[in-house]
Design a protein around this ligand. Sequence first.
Ligand SMILES: [Zn+2]
Length: 350
Amino acid sequence: MTTLRLNHQQHAFLQAVVDRDSELADIGELVRAAVRDAPAPSPLAFSPSTDPPARTVVEERILQPGTGKAFEVVAGRVVRIAQIEGHQCVDMNVFALGDRRERLHVGRTRGMQGLHPGPGDVLWSNAPWERPIIAIVGGTATTDTQFPFCSRLIYSAFFGVHDRTNCQEIQNEAQREYGLDLWDLHESLNLFMHTGTGPDGEAVIRSNRARPGDYIEFVALLDLLVVPNVCGDDLSNCSNYGLRPVRVTVEEGLPEDADRARAARDRAVVLGLPTPYEGRGALPLKRDRSYVAAFPHLPLRAADVEVEIDEARFARARNTDLYPGDDAAALRDITLSSAIERLGAFAGNE
Ligand SMILES: [Zn+2]
């Protein structure tokens, strides 16, 4: 017997797929069909990893699956978001500490820096400010500006499941520490999310390439509230069908960080910025000292399934580049991607 390792959300989704399909008696049958029909994986190439520079740590936290955290990052400091186990997409919101109305504008950033901002790029704020607020100074991670955060809508509309971890509610709960409302949520910058273009020019999500230790580093260009969250999506290749912890570190910036931030800003601004907005009645963000985090849909419970599979077929189908030494993750990928394809067929027929 082989163990298909699932959390209770994934188990509920697979059971719902089985319930809709008269040809499947149980999840075990779905797994066997998925392994039988899985195509041989394409080889993946990875670029070499590098370590971040050593700096003085101001704050460090591990964000657990289903959670996020608001970090104050004053101008000149570095915030680094890093993989622990790999595979994990992280959504990020950014607000100006001095005025809650100024925040990251992902659309403007996409227009100014392209679909995948990386080291040497800046992130832009919304109008009327429209200025670089944070610079990417280093890292080994991909980013995406095309897909909005996963929300309650996405899981209901495309997966037929409700009341489960999602970035919308995780961000809302993290941002509540600073009095931000449900509608203050803005389009996320998606870290470690590997996206590309499909055959008709459409944006597509590809398997997550992040490995243990991969990271991305930002330098704040003004005093900011940076709010990363572990993406709540465990039903797609966005985070390779899993929810895993990530590490967030705030550090004192080095002189070379300031140099890189300045160079990124100068490169982005090109011929100059408009006259700065003279804000009236700024609304600074303040931490609510009585805040106690209460993230919904937790705890995630293990809901493993013991299955009999064809080991030879599994050995051919498993993706050894993506999941070296982790058969459970490979089997979960094969099973959940097949289940989603089945669901797509049903949705198309109805
Ligand atoms: Zn998400």
